[in-house]
Design a protein around this ligand. Sequence first.
Ligand code: PLP
Length: 399
Amino acid sequence: MNFKPADQIQDLQYFGEFGGVNPSISDSSTYTFLSAKTMFDTFEGNADGCYLYSRHSSPSNLYLGKALAAMEGTEAAHVTASGMGAITATLMQLCKFGDHVVCSRTIYGGTYALLKNFTSGFGIKTSFINILDINAVEAAITVKTKVLYCESISNPLLEVADIKALAELAKKHKLKLVIDNTFSPLSISPAVFGADIIIHSLTKFINGSSDTLGGVICGSQEFIDAIRDVNTGAAMLLGSTLDSVRASSILKNLRTLHIRMQKHSSNAYFLATEFQKRGIITVYPGLQTHPSHDVLNGIMNKEYGYGGMLTIDVGSLEKANNLMELMQDKNLGYLAVSLGFYKTLFSAPGTSTSSEIPEQEQTDMGLSPGLIRFSIGLDANVERTCSIMLRCMQELEII
Ligand code: PLP
């Protein structure tokens, strides 16, 4: 693939107000106008380059949005206060009462709960399907379907969506293909294969320091203009706006994303390979045994690797909890949800990030109680990390 997302980011050069190498942070919630007419025009969306009110846009948020649009290869982007802020605004913008969503059944628990329990109350129905079964996806589409929604690499099962096939289907049925790319920034560029809207929780790898929430919606200029329209835009009206100070700190962290992703990926690849050698049930998209390994090879930007997420199944929740507590005691990482931190984070999704999904549905999709999800950190010496992890597993008779 020729699209080089890190080069796209690299080529953007911003100057601060006083010639600083970082753009100045916009420290205002509201903006003055020299003429009342320009204020009116701005409300009407006709005064390019003018700022109105920071819930609409601010210089710092626009800088970050521009960099993320460049990274994803879309015309524009709108940053939000969290990943859920991006997801809610996007879905509420695309769907109205009576509309229907076709959604992967393995997605982040918050997104699942939103579609299952919340938007259903606004007359928006959702069918949850196995996204790997393209025939099942097509069969679920009705005349009311507006959106096809999935994660490029799913949370927590690490299923890889065949974005090319889904984009074709979306085009055929005139749907918007929305991809949450939180697990695979830089590694996968969904817009290149025809995705309409790409979402990230910036909270994760993109910011990378677990100190703030953030989100982004990347798409066409028309869609981004619509989502922040003062009269009808879901992002503007629902109000999940990112603060300028946070936007500026996320932009600075974005500068090192390519290096971090390479290290997350190479560490995860090493650990997954070693775990599998010892007979531990390991799921990692970089392993040849992963069912979607070839699909991923066909869509990924190889230089960033297969990502920093892997899962192992240790057989029971009790064993999973014991192992996570022991690993935390040995300073191998934190028993914590979320991902993309410099330290390894581990959690049992069935009782944490996917607990919104009912038990039976968890079983149906293959989410077992002994599953541990790892976000592999940036450890300098991964061989050492691996041997301590394996010793923990031996001590608990997991291997
Ligand atoms: N999308 C994915 C894949 C996630 O894992 C999460 C959070 O864990 C979100 C979206 C929601 O992001 P946030 O917590 O920033 O609202």
